[in-house]
Design a protein around this ligand. Structure first.
Ligand SMILES: CC(C)(COP(=O)(O)OP(=O)(O)OC[C@H]1O[C@@H](n2cnc3c(N)ncnc32)[C@H](O)[C@@H]1OP(=O)(O)O)[C@@H](O)C(=O)NCCC(=O)NCCS
Length: 148
């Protein structure tokens, strides 16, 4: 991986690549229309990270009043553990703070050590377990963080 890393807002014409990554990384990927719908909502925050023009990661979240709900974050397998996830997370938090959010939360599979590690590293704590949160019946940790 070279160092020409750029973060920018996600656009509709990114969705072919974003959806390809989604299907590679998640056991139960979002349907494509989730991305299409989210990009139309004004409360959505959505970024991609490019490396030399190629999308290697993305994030989505939504702001509701003072709460940022982090709904998706992913980095392609070959580019993980190089700080990209953290960049995506930090940028989403900072836009959410600009929009008045004081609190961020998310759901994560209890066996997803990489994601749990990333969130803990960024200051998130486990709040509780959400039983059968996922469509395949898996439970989720709900994690949260005070943003300011
Ligand atoms: C979770 C994910 C987005 C992390 O992205 P990333 O770019 O690899 O993360 P970063 O390099 O920014 O890591 C930041 C910190 O998270 C933690 N972390 C990341 N990957 C980890 C792993 N495999 N095991 C343990 N901790 C990990 C570390 O504390 C790391 O800091 P360090 O490298 O200085 O030790 C990535 O693993 C991924 O896309 N996973 C598949 C999709 C997914 O599960 N998304 C989350 C849904 S809730």
């Amino acid at each position: 991986m070279q160092k020409e890393i750029m973060l920018r807002a996600m656009r509709f014409d990114d969705l072919d690549k974003v959806y390809e990554i989604e299907r590679c990384l998640f056991p139960n990927p979002w349907p494509r229309y989730f991305f299409e719908e989210d990009l139309q909502f004004s409360n959505t925050i959505a970024f991609v990270v490019e490396n030399n023009g190629e999308i290697i990661g993305y994030s989505l979240g939504s702001c509701a009043d003072i709460r940022l709900h982090i709904t998706n974050i992913a980095v392609v397998a070959g580019c993980q553990r190089r700080g990209i996830g953290q960049i995506l997370l930090r940028e989403m938090e900072s836009v959410a703070i600009e929009r008045g959010c004081t609190f961020a939360y998310l759901e994560v599979r209890m066996n997803n050590t990489a994601a749990i590690g990333m969130y803990k590293n960024a200051g998130y704590d486990i709040l509780h377990v959400s039983k059968r949160y996922y469509i395949d019946g898996d439970d989720a940790y709900v994690m949260h963080k005070e943003l300011i």
